[in-house]
Design a protein around this ligand. Sequence first.
Ligand SMILES: Cc1ncc(COP(=O)(O)O)c(C=O)c1O
Length: 422
Amino acid sequence: MTDLQSRLHDIIAPVIAFDNEVEITDGKGSWVTAADGKQYLDFACGIAVTNLGHRPDHVVAAAEAQLNKLWHAGGAFLYEPIVTAAEKIVSVTPDSIEKVLFMNSGAEAVEASVKLARKTSGRQGIMAFRGGFHGRTMGSVSYTTSKAKYRQGYHPLVPSTFITPFPHPFGWGMSQEEANAYALRELEFKFTYEVTPGEVAAFLVEPMQGEGGYYPGSREFVHALRVIADEHGILLIMDEVQSGFGRTGDWFTSQVYDVQPDILVMGKAIANGLPLSAVGASAAILDAWPLGSHGTTFGGNPVSCAAAGAVVDDLRSVVPGVNALSEHAFGRWNELKDEHPTIGDVRGLGLMIGIELVKESNIPDPNAFAAISSHAFEAGMFILNCGPDGNIIRFIPPLNVSIEDLDRGIDILAAGIAAYEG
Ligand SMILES: Cc1ncc(COP(=O)(O)O)c(C=O)c1O
């Protein structure tokens, strides 16, 4: 154990662990450098945050300039970066999103979106989807069902929360169509047996499910939710904290599927690593939220907002290239799937790709992930897992990764899979 690791264990609460306790001192682009000089390809991206890689020049310059002018206002007075960031973000969100509210974290923005839906609809029920991840705060964990462990020991959770299945075709051994039909039937049963639709303020859904297993919702399912929401006056909240800002091949998955959310929750990549999140909605919805019904000290921090504006500028030339990189990555992963029985499924959108590792009969194999990620670490690469069993590789390189580094990452993981299979 290094001196820093031993100081870590003495002083930092162990409830939040580091996947790797290697000390990283520097990051640039797709790479980070350890204290001992070893370089690692960072395909963890700080949990899908550094969509532009580490320290993109233009974003650093924007944040640095703001840091040297004004770095906190706390709502006491106005500053330009908050308005510019909002204008730039709204220029790339779906047409239904006309205004935004800034918060700090994804969980906080999810909670704000639920408060907004409840306050403006006068209804209390929230219908969330099994496998969804919406954060760890008391409210957001009430809607989070990607792992029972996240909720264990924290009950009672926020009441009037209902959880209905989200299509998991591979996990259920079904086709996408069968899984959609099953999930929609269960949603109907919720309305028949548990809560009338008129009591439901909002559907809270990740159109591309992240933490719960990298399951794309499918165009048909997400469209069906839009239709059901409209039929019953239910607001459609899309949580795109993980899937936003180019990750799934367009600015937001709602645009990939061509479905307009009523409320859009954004975070993670919004400022490429500086703390910021946002809730977007129509002017009609956000203007109906009474003054003072919600608030924040740090939300919309000037430095984070300056970075967020520069992130949108930079992503304008990056997002159009995501689908070509995605096609290349899917091509290679599907070939590897044909060669390796450990790869049960390859799924996703854009550069948000899940590689599900299995034993015979498609049983989740978390040992495979442990072996492959430690092989990757030795070879100089960071990856994360997802899914309740921790057996799915999250393949989330920076969106501006070079084709050489993309291939290098796949080569390292392929070698790890081959070594695991012996
Ligand atoms: C879809 C989604 N929503 C909300 C959150 C919570 O974000 P934060 O960790 O910033 O609170 C996450 C984090 O992983 C997420 O993936």
